[in-house]
Write a protein that binds this ligand. Structure first.
Ligand SMILES: [Zn+2]
Length: 277
């Protein structure tokens, strides 16, 4: 499991455009977050792993505005993005993709997985309670905060079935959850195949012009990361196809020549840093 123990993690506020803020973890791969402030109120992206981190997000918001937190978007169902939901005000409407909301119901199972990510420190997960989304969407959703619009997109399955991209056109900024990770971290194919992931990212690249990407984990990056991820997934699919055409087994493919060895090394490095993000 990746090291996601929030221990001394601090979320640093970065203003990307008027009213648009990234909250960047000082200890990657611990989760990043963010918020958008409109005339009517605030939208927060991802709730983090526990009540303490969720309260830290709200404290960062309060350093900037006293407007109500109207919406909280969960970019995927994993506990490090959703376990802080319960610590947001009752009035805050939680928004997620339908498939994310479905998977969140398997709360006890997710707690077991998350325990390993926090060094088996049960105190981190002690207070969390399941708080499901109030609003779900299927393909896209548009939220007008007054003066600033936030768009939610489901481009298809990637790291999880309901991966959601939160896009602010005014700032050309996308929060990508686990779909696009930080600089130099490859896509994590833990649910589903490389070809589907590639199709999802291709739809993403065609649909919005993201210049800045705030990933769920890792260092913020630019829209160019999307192209690099697409190239990587394309190479991976082509390599697997050509190996199968030549009748090679998986073992032979992984260890048989220089290119796959290089990929193994990259995958190994990435897994060492963030095994399940
Ligand atoms: Zn994550």
């Amino acid at each position: 499991m990746p090291p996601l123990h929030p221990g001394e993690a601090v979320l640093e506020t970065r203003e990307l455009a008027p009213g648009v803020y990234a909250l960047v973890s000082n200890k990657p791969p611990i989760d990043n977050s963010g918020f958008v402030v409109g005339e009517k109120g605030v939208l927060v992206i991802d709730a983090h792993i526990d009540g303490a981190m969720a309260r830290q997000i709200q404290a960062r918001v309060r350093e900037v505005t006293d407007k109500p937190i109207l919406y909280l978007v969960n970019t995927n169902f994993h506990g490090d993005h959703t376990f802080g939901n319960y610590a947001f005000p009752e009035e805050t409407q939680i928004v997620a993709h339908r498939l994310t909301a479905d998977r969140m119901k398997d709360f006890e199972h997710e707690k077991i997985l998350m325990l390993a990510a926090v060094d088996n420190d049960a105190t981190i997960l002690r207070d969390t309670r399941l708080r499901l989304p109030d609003i779900t969407f299927n393909e896209t959703m548009r939220i007008d905060l007054g003066g600033l619009v936030v768009e939610l997109y489901h481009f298809g399955a990637g790291n999880t079935p309901g991966d959601t991209v939160v896009y602010v056109p005014e700032a050309r900024t996308a929060w990508t959850g686990n779909l696009v990770l930080g600089e130099a971290i490859i896509p994590f194919l833990i649910e589903g195949g490389a070809a589907d992931y590639h199709a999802t990212l291709a739809r993403f690249a065609r649909s919005v012009d993201a210049r800045t990407i705030i990933p769920g984990h890792g260092l913020p990056t630019t829209g160019a990361a999307l192209g690099r991820n697409l190239a990587y997934l394309n190479d991976l699919v082509q390599m697997a196809r050509s190996a199968r055409l030549q009748g090679h087994t998986l073992e032979q493919t992984l260890h048989g020549n220089a290119a796959p060895r290089r990929l193994c090394h990259t995958i190994g490095l990435a897994f060492g840093a963030v095994r399940r993000v």
